[in-house]
Design a protein around this ligand. Sequence first.
Ligand SMILES: NC(=O)c1ccc[n+]([C@@H]2O[C@H](COP(=O)([O-])OP(=O)(O)OC[C@H]3O[C@@H](n4cnc5c(N)ncnc54)[C@H](O)[C@@H]3O)[C@@H](O)[C@H]2O)c1
Length: 266
Amino acid sequence: MARFMDKVVVITGAGSGIGRATAIAFAKEGAKVVCADKNKSVNETAQMIGKKGSTAIAQEMDASSESEVKALMELAISTYGKIDVVFANAGISGGLKPLMEQTAEDWQAILGVNLIGVAMAIKYAAPNMVENGGGAIICTASVAGLRSGAGGSAYSASKAGVINLVQTAAQQLCGSGVRVNAVCPGLIETGMTQFFYDKAREKGKIELIGQINPTRRGGEPEELANAVLFLASDDASYVNGHALVVDGGLSSSHPFNRQEFGKVAS
Ligand SMILES: NC(=O)c1ccc[n+]([C@@H]2O[C@H](COP(=O)([O-])OP(=O)(O)OC[C@H]3O[C@@H](n4cnc5c(N)ncnc54)[C@H](O)[C@@H]3O)[C@@H](O)[C@H]2O)c1
């Protein structure tokens, strides 16, 4: 299966985790991938793709900088002639500082990458897509953007912002053939969550990671990649302005005591 043969895909946050897994998945299906990240590990991602005989370039850049996002899109167009898909995925957690301790600078830093950077990716990629008659933009939100309990205040607000941003962007691009959607990952083992996984393993309690999840486990970056490729593909031709939750069912319920509700499954 090669759903993305000769498609040009730009991915931010491609140096690690979900971004890297998605870059590899797009390349496997024929895409030419422009991998971007502020970390030099992005060069390894492009090399990994190259070693498998697929096409990719790497660009070290800051996804929160308007001029660097603009330059990234220009690089994709000058190298491969067009942009078909953008995965605006770079993000930072900003730590778990309580709201009462977060400064305006903390908020600006988190919103700068997670929300404003995503808005800039849409702003500078969409015109080329419109010119070419269509494209797909996928932005990484989070279950933290749906309700409290999966990140700090600024992080959660930034991700709620991304969910809203894909709605307004989809509307503003109406009639252009460009679809804009979001993915909302649950807990996935990546650089961002490594600390929690390492701690759980250290204590011999890795099974606790999936304790409150109906799928009984955390997610893998490749499972997010599958969802992103779906949203980018023609299979999702009528999916637009949508936030697709990929969390094993974690956010599908209010908290409840499974013991008291009868053991349908334990
Ligand atoms: N891992 C999870 O459980 C989880 C859950 C929900 C949402 N997410 C979101 O998924 C996305 C990917 O994160 P991940 O889990 O793969 O973590 P990760 O830390 O493995 O990858 C994030 C990548 O983004 C890059 N990055 C950060 N700031 C950047 C900037 N200013 N410019 C360019 N690159 C930058 C990092 O260098 C890193 O390579 C993020 O938006 C994150 O908020 C992750």
